[in-house]
Design a protein around this ligand. Structure first.
Ligand SMILES: Cc1cc2nc3c(=O)[nH]c(=O)nc-3n(C[C@H](O)[C@H](O)[C@H](O)COP(=O)(O)O)c2cc1C
Length: 175
């Protein structure tokens, strides 16, 4: 069972989550590798695929969405998991990361297209020193800093538990 963990990441925090998931799967005795969508990995060379993206202004990064759209037929034929690395805190009106409000815009379409086993949202990370000009300006808007606080909010236990669930699902042959 060979698993691809493919990601789109602007500043690296989603990449590190993808690498961590691949590492976890390897610890469970599976063959797994993390690759950027930019490296154009071939989904058909893998038995299972995990796709993740950082979230910006409520959307997955375009290249992650395009990866799923372009590989739709291959992915629909394999076990697939989707994750988003997004909120830096729970916005007012939401009680947990399971709140549908926190799912990026395209998740409904992508779920429909590839029927993932699960779709998860993880807390992300923001280092202001890394931000490009446009993103720095957005943080300067009123409320920008409140909505986009500095810090690393990734919950590695939560991510590890999710990866272990993937390993368990892949270890059990489909009926
Ligand atoms: C300008 C900007 C806009 C963002 N917009 C959202 C958003 O709409 N929803 C969300 O959940 N997270 C948002 N985030 C937080 C990022 O998704 C988070 O920092 C994530 O970990 C980034 O992943 P990356 O480092 O892999 O690019 C935003 C971050 C920045 C800098």
């Amino acid at each position: 069972m060979k698993t691809l963990v493919v990601y789109a990441s602007k500043y690296g925090s989603t990449r590190e989550i993808a690498e961590f998931i691949a590492e976890k799967l390897r610890h469970q005795g599976m063959e797994a590798e993390a690759a950027s969508v930019g490296a154009a990995p071939r989904a058909r060379d893998y038995d299972a695929v995990v796709v993740g993206s950082g979230v910006y202004m409520g959307h997955w990064l375009r290249e992650a969405t395009e990866f799923v759209r372009q590989n739709r037929a291959v992915l629909a034929d394999r076990p697939v998991w989707l994750f988003s690395s997004g909120p830096l805190h729970l916005p007012a009106g939401t009680e947990s990361l399971d709140d549908p409000e926190l799912q990026p815009e395209e998740i409904g379409e992508l779920r429909e297209a590839v029927r993932p086993r699960d779709t998860r949202v993880f807390f992300g990370a923001l280092d202001p020193a890394q931000l490009g000009f446009g993103h720095r300006m957005i943080r300067k808007l009123p409320a920008g800093r409140d909505l986009l606080p500095e810090g690393d909010f990734r919950d590695w236990d939560d991510i590890a538990a999710w990866a272990d669930g993937i390993a368990r699902a892949l270890a059990v042959p489909a009926a």
